[in-house]
Design a protein around this ligand. Structure first.
Ligand code: ATP
Length: 372
């Protein structure tokens, strides 16, 4: 089921009575979520992720705009008629019910033509439990299960009604690091097995990048960029997106373009054909550095951290906006360090430049003639 948001806007009166005014939590969202895909809504706290989910499932009415599921305009449909399954951060299971009873609960409230017999309900519950691999634990109570198992029960409970759309709001936040990894892969598997269009909200870019077919990066209620995770990472639309994606984060410098050359401080670090003279923000991905004696980018070596396959070279530079510059190079690479100085050449496709004021991307031509 594809989902279409058409000029969707949600304005709240400000919670801060003293200041007054209003908050545009969702500002003119206009995009399509393709059928059967997993979409990650990604952005810092307060950017409007939960509000977007609440609008899609019908818990909040929009201020303006429309929501379509397929060809159906569901904008004014109550939540129970939208066919949406919801999973929140806190699993919200009934503590006195067993796993089986928890999963069955939504089916017991079905009325009229949707009403199911006891056998039909049991069969649906078995299917959902099997899908999330908790069918061995049907008689347990929530308190007898791990956080990850409880979250699976919550997912089974959302799936049992065979929703058209599955919405997951920070479903992994309550899990420890290892379970988070495991459960996110589980969510991917379940989504692929069921083919249900799924929207996954998170502030964790790693999480969104690793399992989504498409990510929507948001800031202050405004969509910044939409696309497959790798594409957005490789081709950020602005400085915010470039900084939000990637671990370690991208290295940002105060810089300038003069005579189609990028200068960081006094060093001419890269040719940027097609860009006029101007101050810019330059950003270099950690994997964009090539250790090289006499390389064009020179920084002050602070330390080298060995991380197995790779080495992280930590250095500083007066024009760096990050306290430390992190360069990730292969463990067997020979560092071009002399005294305190370490030098690199740069991979042009790992360097981005942005307008110094607005942060909008400024594209330059790469050597083989392709524009960035
Ligand atoms: P988080 O990651 O912290 O949950 P979020 O990205 O989900 O944040 P939202 O909860 O959607 O963000 O909030 C977006 C903006 O709208 C915030 O500025 C928030 O304070 C505001 N907001 C949300 N709900 C209301 C409300 N009921 N009344 C007033 N303001 C609200």
């Amino acid at each position: 089921m594809k989902i279409v948001l058409k000029n969707l806007t949600k304005i709240f009166p400000s919670r801060n009575k003293k200041v007054g005014g209003e908050v545009i939590a969702v500002n003119d969202f206009d995009f399509e979520i393709p059928d059967g895909k997993l979409i990650g809504l990604l952005g810092p706290s307060g950017c409007g992720k939960s509000t977007t989910l609440n609008l899609i499932c019908g818990l909040e009415p929009p201020t303006s705009g429309q929501i379509f599921f397929g060809e159906d305009d569901v904008t004014h449909l109550p939540p129970e008629n939208r066919g949406v399954g919801l999973v929140f951060q806190n699993y919200a299971l009934y503590p006195h019910l067993t796993v089986e009873e928890n999963i069955m609960f939504p089916l017991q409230n079905l009325r009229g033509k949707d009403r199911l017999t006891r056998e039909e309900m049991q069969q649906r519950v078995r299917q959902a439990a099997k899908l999330v691999q908790i069918d061995q634990l049907m008689d347990r109570k929530p308190s007898e299960m791990s956080g990850g198992q409880q979250q699976r029960v919550a997912i089974a409970r959302a799936l049992v009604k065979m929703p058209r759309v599955l919405l997951l709001d920070e479903p992994l936040s309550n899990l420890d690091a290892r379970l988070r990894l495991q459960t996110r892969e589980e969510i991917r598997r379940i989504q692929q097995e069921t083919g249900i269009t799924t929207i996954f909200v998170t502030h964790d870019q790693d999480e969104a990048m690793s399992i989504s077919d498409m990510i929507v990066v948001m800031k202050d209620g405004i969509v910044q960029q939409i696309g497959p995770p790798q594409e957005v990472y490789d081709d950020p639309a602005n400085l915010f997106v470039a900084q939000f994606l990637g671990t370690p984060p991208i290295n940002v410098f105060n810089a300038a373009v003069k005579r189609e050359t990028l200068y960081i401080g006094d060093e001419a670090v890269l040719e940027v054909p097609g860009v006029g003279d101007r101050p810019v923000s330059a950003a270099i991905r950690p994997e964009g550095f090539i250790p090289k004696a006499g390389g064009r980018f020179v920084s002050k070596l602070e330390r080298v951290e060995v991380m197995g396959r790779d080495t992280s070279v930590v250095s500083t530079h007066p024009e760096s906006r990050n306290t430390f510059i992190r360069s990730i190079v292969p463990a067997n690479a020979k560092l071009a360090a002399s005294g305190e100085r370490v030098s690199f050449d740069l991979y042009p496709n790992k360097v981005f430049i942005f307008d110094a004021e607005t942060g909008e991307r400024i594209r330059f031509k790469l050597k083989d003639g392709d524009a960035q």
